[in-house]
Design a protein around this ligand. Structure first.
Ligand code: NI
Length: 134
């Protein structure tokens, strides 16, 4: 059984490879390489996979999951510049793929091992990435 909590956060980023020329960065990343950064309204879906608990009827208490996402993800990334403010992206390009990877690792550490975890991160209405640990 899978259950999901949806949360949103806003953050700015820039995709840029310091080893490349400005022209090459523009060619590969387009507007995402704009030197003055740009923002996204990220939609984060956190999917938990597990058994239904007989006593509660829940797979997981979604209120507790909501609090975990707020404390560990929203507090860390909401209204931040991912490139400049977040140590997680000092050496990692803040692409949707890498943001999902970072979020999955943070949540995985805090969640009971009995649960499966998958995160889906919508960067735009049309672009989504998913990470489940591999
Ligand atoms: Ni972008």
């Amino acid at each position: 059984m899978k259950v999901c909590r949806r949360e949103t956060f806003n953050a700015a980023h820039r995709l840029f490879n310091a080893h490349w020329s400005d022209e090459k960065n523009m060619e590969v990343f387009g507007k995402c390489s704009n030197p003055n950064f740009h923002g996204h309204n990220y939609v984060l879906e956190t999917w938990i996979d597990g058994e239904i608990d007989e006593e509660t009827g829940y797979v997981i208490d979604l209120k507790k999951l909501k609090d975990l996402i707020r404390d560990e993800i929203s507090e860390r990334f909401d209204h931040r510049n991912l490139n400049l403010d977040c140590v997680e992206f000092e050496k990692l390009k803040p692409s949707a793929e890498n943001i999902a990877f970072v979020i999955w690792n943070i949540l995985r550490e805090k969640l009971d091992a009995k649960y499966g975890l998958s995160v889906r991160l919508w960067e735009t209405e049309n672009n989504v990435v998913e990470y489940s640990g591999q």
